[in-house]
Design a protein around this ligand. Sequence first.
Ligand code: GLA
Length: 405
Amino acid sequence: MRLTHIALVAALTVSASVNAQKFEGLALTPTMGWNSWNTFACDIDENLVRETADLFVKLGLKDAGYEYVVIDDCWMEMERDPQTMKLVADHKKFPSGIKALADYIHKKGLKFGIYNCAGTKTCAGYPGTRGYEFLDARQYAEWGVDFLKYDWCDHSTQDARASYSIMRDAIYAAGRPMVFNICEWGDAQSWEWGGNVGHSWRVSGDIARCWDCQENYGGWAKLGLWPIIRLRGDIRKYHGPDHWNDFDMLEVGNGMSPAEDRTHFVMWSMLASPLILGNDIRKMSKETLELITNKEVIAVDQDKLGVMGFCFLNDKGFEVWVKPLDNNEWAVAFVNMTEQKRTLNYDWNRYVKDSLTNRELKCGETTYKLRDLLAKKDAGDTSKALVREVESHDVVVFRLSPVKK
Ligand code: GLA
């Protein structure tokens, strides 16, 4: 009797530890997709989501690598079902139900993502998951959810790591692989513990559509591109395949200048952040479409080495960012941080060392072929200085490939 008891306890311990894991390998490169929040906030419905999925295919976004179509906050009714306590999709916004929407998206060869929150209520006041983790995860699995963004509003004194770990376990127990996007804004340094819990974690509060601003909303603030980038220069070591620093959803196509949009997209790729579009893709300009489907820039983001780039030099108003790539290649971006057009005059013959990977870029010893990624053109090699006119807040970015002797 006693032995059986011990065996049972042992079996339970084993199964508990087996369940304490995330689904591995779902984000070997940073996740790419679209999320409703940045443009639509609560104004979402199934037609918008279906049209977006249709356009993923029609406009070549799917072909460029975008895969996840994600609905953010406000998809639910204000209360759970009083009998089953299950979450209920808003009947007016999603009359066909979430399962039908997920099926539609899957038929296009895409994946479907949803949002909830570790606290009692979501940030927009809808039912949060606290206390219902296993029920909600089973519900998402039944609906065919492939991605969960999990927010941090209304969490009272909850412990972040414990709260996110419970949801990880609930997803695992529900048995359907889902990318788990931790969205606790870096308040509890999620990069320090997130690698075993989720596939990516937000490093900041919400993004604002601006170069270098901060928009204050009482107790919290939205940050522009550079405040977000500057906030977390020191978390490169936590970042890599299946566990990414997430610099927030993109604001490309949402009102910044074309130059700023280019820099935004290139920088998110240099940082190897998830690339989650946040614009209305039904109405975007040709220029926006061309930028977000630029496969050569996307390849920098998706490089399988998975290293986050870093600022190597601030040179007369230009920031020089470098990112080691697989195959002894590098990406190098020059951003004009000033308010005027400037001439970049860059001598490649410098020594760059990435202290994280110990990779060295020595253009004095090895000549690298240059590929201009935004112009999609070869651009000579590193034996000559680079001279370029660069507009204010604009960027030029190159892939450097060693020339074989
Ligand atoms: C938080 C998140 C945003 C968005 C909203 C929804 O602010 O950080 O990305 O999901 O909640 O209410």
